[in-house]
Design a protein around this ligand. Structure first.
Ligand SMILES: [Fe+2]
Length: 341
């Protein structure tokens, strides 16, 4: 009896898996960069909001440098003890992936020696189930499609850490400058062969809207921090894959940067792609030094989260960066017709 009681309690405390999300999805939330040691007001706020699906885009905790498993676990323990963070994870059906601060704490890639133990800590905190492919495969990439035909949202979550080649850093690095410089080496990879193959298969699945989640920015120019532009051949491969597979409905979601912004690219694409970056739930960068590049307008530099609101009847969606009170600070409406060739 007692053991049963314990099991029941454990089940009640389990996190809602993404498949618990009822389709069709109408409101999807996105966040990145939640520091467990900082005030959690926006986390608490988000825990009280209603989302059909919630996406954690990386830096979901901050492990102090240099990496140590004990430090990473302590960061997760602190997040697990935070009432708002726990409410958020328990209430919202969600999907999650890591960035560097919940990986090696130092912009690491495939060469990170302790990837397996960092992965084990991730799988434990996010209660990834034993039958989940992420338990048996290398890497935390995963995808899921929600909703009936005609109202399908496919969420594709990339792992930009586990397989990524070493990126180049310039010898000159100014304040406010990440110092990374594009590496034209075609042998270098962002996703690794297996994830590329998986992604191609995912993009061939039918869906009306596809949210492609990358912890680091994909389209963004104008800065020298981590971004897909550091491996330009890999970025072109990604964009060519969207065209080559005929995947419609693609919108990019990214984090990492500690501000919110929208980016746009049309060149060489079957249809214009928009990237929404939202980062900084507990701490943000109030004076980013990025050049305008392909950013649409100004960044929003307060604490922020993002929403994707889908109007199935109107065949359109709205991307928004929202402040800590939920007010839209940046937004863009996109018709489904503009997300196909
Ligand atoms: Fe971050």
């Amino acid at each position: 009896m007692q053991r049963r009681g314990v099991l029941a309690l454990g089940a009640a405390a389990a996190l809602p898996l993404a498949h618990a999300a009822a389709g069709p999805l109408r409101r999807i939330g996105f966040v990145s960069c939640i520091h467990q040691e900082r005030p959690q007001a926006l986390v608490d706020f988000l825990a009280e909001q209603a989302f059909d699906l919630f996406l954690f885009g990386g830096d979901n905790v901050y492990a102090p440098r240099p990496y140590g498993r004990d430090k990473l676990r302590a960061a997760y323990d602190k997040a697990a003890a935070a009432p708002g963070y726990t409410r958020l994870r328990r209430k919202q059906p969600h999907m999650a992936v890591w960035d560097d601060n919940d990986y090696d704490s130092a912009d690491g890639g495939a060469s990170f020696a302790f990837r397996q133990e960092a992965r084990e800590e991730f799988l434990a905190f996010w209660q990834v189930q034993s039958q989940d492919p992420r338990r048996s495969q290398e890497g935390l990439y995963h995808a899921q499609t929600f909703g009936p035909p005609g109202q399908r949202v496919q969420v594709i979550v990339l792992d930009t850490r586990s397989f990524r080649s070493r990126i180049l850093r310039d010898t000159v690095r100014l304040p406010g400058d990440g110092g990374y410089t594009p590496d034209p080496d075609p042998a270098k990879t962002m996703l690794g062969a297996a994830q590329w193959q998986w992604l191609e298969a995912q993009l061939r699945q039918p869906a009306e809207v596809r949210l492609l989640v990358s912890s680091i920015q994909v389209l963004a120019e104008g800065h020298r921090w981590e971004r897909w532009g550091n491996l330009p051949a890999e970025r072109e491969r990604l964009l060519a894959l969207v065209g080559g597979t005929g995947a419609q409905g693609v919108v990019l979601l990214s984090g990492d940067r500690h501000f919110g912004a929208l980016y746009r690219r049309e060149a060489g694409l079957p249809y214009g792609l928009t990237e929404l970056t939202s980062s900084g739930v507990t701490h943000s960068w109030d004076s980013p030094t990025d050049a305008q590049g392909n950013r649409v307008g100004a960044p929003y530099t307060g604490f922020n989260y993002a929403t994707v609101d889908i109007d199935w009847a109107g065949r359109s969606l709205r991307l928004a960066v929202r402040d800590a009170q939920g007010t839209e600070r940046l937004g863009q409406a996109i018709a489904f017709n503009d997300l196909k060739a």
